[in-house]
Design a protein around this ligand. Structure first.
Ligand code: AMP
Length: 547
């Protein structure tokens, strides 16, 4: 027997309509690349997304067509999200920190029909335009007065000219909720990047689940500043979650330094933020060295790489900001797990609660996870046994765009499909997952695994250490031994011996790094994560002491 409820497709256009109807006056504030602050409302956003949809339809964009962006977090970027997705197209967000050749490759692979970009990225566009024959128009996200005077890019269009005079309502099509809405390529450290193609259904379900109190916990009383870029897995869903709950959104544009962020946090009464650990280093350093406090900032989601407990502690104890540690992937839209206290943890001493905050957390409803051994058998949830982490759920990829890389899934004995994350993890009896390593970053010493994340988290707790990375170095007897690579805080001093001694009593003795190397900077990837592949390359001729 079928249920007798209406069959309304879950579409991103309905999120925008909801925000327009129920939160029309709630603000969206952006720091523009032009330098000034732009301020408008969800109603204005909906009107202008409709205008953009008219402009794109007139330019020939049809359902299923890809429209790319190369842009910072800002209101025009968000309008483009909703215009393209709402009309049945696919919004393809490109990471501008990739190499231009890789960007051109992605544009061609995705067969983007138009590409909208912030003026900051004009030099990239000028470099790639001639190599991207499918792109019919390059849309500069600015008004006529800011348009580049002379450019070698053919088919250069002005965003504001495209919108001017268009109707402020659009008849958003009621398409199949399984239709594609957004495309995001994984950063892919080896081989070609692969595209995760999100559907309307997966995007709306992900927004529902992420907004819940024990997930990201967002509300209309929040002023949310996503530091995580809109080209890094849709800013972790915040443009959609913001519409779902009717929150104020604050977009930082290109100014991601500590001072600019702090000013925006204060002037826009930001309560909530999200970003990878490396972006918070700059903000914490600025706030610390200027003796500042936050007036309204209360919670931040940190994920994308393991958040060191020292950072969680600094946010909590010095600034009264709760860190919500989350784990996910481009292939998971991105949210998989999030670490929140259960009732039984509430009265524990702070030090014991820290053990919970430091984990990557419990699965959201909608995400099923398990760990397996080399033989593919399930491993126990005892908080100690580690294995390959696999996931399944309605916002997890089943295949990459155009089938790139073949079938990524594994099938279990019951015939269920699982996506292997490439992460190694433990899961405890309460279902809290903790990432030990990316499987290719794990250090194998004498047949046993050493967690590079654990060693990095400990090093970063030393007051002189700004950043720490641990990599495996070939060893004739043990296969691999850990090397600690450190960036010191400005003006701080610490020796190799002091750092090695700092591990004493905190880990098994054989986990202690064999050596420490000090560097000016640790190479970061396009989404702000440490690039261990590059670091291993940098240290390929290095030999450990005594070898
Ligand atoms: P990406 O798809 O580029 O966002 O990368 C996803 C990968 O980032 C995951 O598979 C993990 O290896 C890593 N990652 C994400 N969040 C965390 C976290 N909280 N702790 C440790 N690793 C993380």
């Amino acid at each position: 027997m079928q249920g007798l409820m209406m069959d309304m497709p879950l579409l991103v256009s309905s999120l925008l309509q909801h925000a327009e109807r129920h939160y029309p006056e709630v603000e969206i504030v952006s720091r523009r690349v032009e330098g000034d602050i732009h301020r408008y409302t969800w109603r204005d956003c909906a009107h202008r997304a409709a205008q953009m949809a008219h402009a794109l339809s007139q330019a020939g964009v049809k359902q299923g067509d890809r429209v790319a962006t190369l842009a910072w977090n800002g209101y025009r970027h968000m309008e483009t999200y909703y215009a393209v997705g709402g009309m049945g197209g696919v919004i393809h967000t490109i990471n501008p920190r990739l190499h231009p050749e890789q960007i051109a490759w992605i544009v061609n692979h995705a067969e983007d029909s138009f590409l909208a970009f912030d003026l900051t990225f004009l030099p990239i566009i000028e470099g790639i335009a001639a190599h991207c024959p499918n792109v019919k128009g390059w849309i500069a996200m600015c008004d006529r007065t800011h348009m580049p005077a002379a450019s070698k890019v053919a088919n250069l269009l002005c965003y504001e000219d495209l919108l001017a005079g268009k109707p402020t309502a659009f008849d958003w099509p009621q398409i199949d909720e399984r239709s594609a809405v957004a495309l995001c390529y994984t950063s892919g450290t080896t081989g070609n990047p692969k595209g995760a193609l999100y559907s309307h259904r997966s995007t709306v379900l992900h927004a529902y689940a992420s907004a819940l109190p024990d997930a990201m916990g967002c509300s209309t009383r929040d002023s949310i500043l996503p530091v995580v870029p809109m080209f890094h897995v849709n800013a972790w869903g915040l443009p959609y979650i913001g519409a779902l709950v009717g929150a104020k959104l604050v977009f930082p544009g290109a100014a991601l330094d500590g001072k600019s962020l702090y000013e925006l946090f204060e002037s826009e009464k930001v309560t909530y933020s999200a970003g990878v650990p490396t972006v918070w280093l700059g903000l914490l350093q600025y706030v610390g060295s200027n003796n500042l406090k936050f007036s309204t900032f209360k919670r931040t989601v940190i994920g994308g790489s393991a958040c060191p407990p020292a950072m969680i502690k600094a946010f909590r104890e010095q600034y009264g900001v709760d860190v919500i540690h989350a784990w996910g992937m481009t292939e998971m839209s991105p949210l998989g797990t999030i670490s929140r206290l259960m009732s039984k943890h509430v009265d524990l001493p702070e030090a014991e609660q820290m053990n919970v905050y430091a984990k990557q957390g419990k699965a959201l409803f909608g995400v099923d996870m398990k760990i397996t051994g080399d033989d593919g058998q399930d491993l126990p949830w005892d908080g100690k046994t580690y294995g390959d982490l696999l996931v399944r759920g309605p916002w997890v990829v089943k295949s990459y765009f155009k089938g790139e890389g073949g079938d990524p899934l594994r099938t279990d004995a019951q015939g269920r499909s699982w996506f292997p994350t490439g992460d190694v993890a433990t899961i405890d009896g309460d279902g809290y997952m903790q990432i030990t390593d990316r499987s290719k970053d794990v250090i194998k010493s004498g047949g046993e695994w050493i967690s590079s994340i654990d060693l990095e988290n400990l090093a970063i707790a030393h007051p002189a250490v700004a950043q720490a990375a641990v990599i495996g170095i070939a060893h004739p007897k043990w296969d691999e031994r850990p090397l600690l690579v450190v960036v010191k805080k400005p003006g701080a001093n610490v020796t190799r011996e002091e750092l090695i001694a700092f591990y004493e009593g905190k880990i098994a003795k054989w986990w202690t790094p064999d050596d420490v190397q000090f560097v000016e900077a640790i190479p970061l990837g396009a989404t702000g994560k440490m690039l261990k592949t590059r670091l291993r390359e940098q240290f390929k001729d290095y030999t450990l002491p005594g070898v």
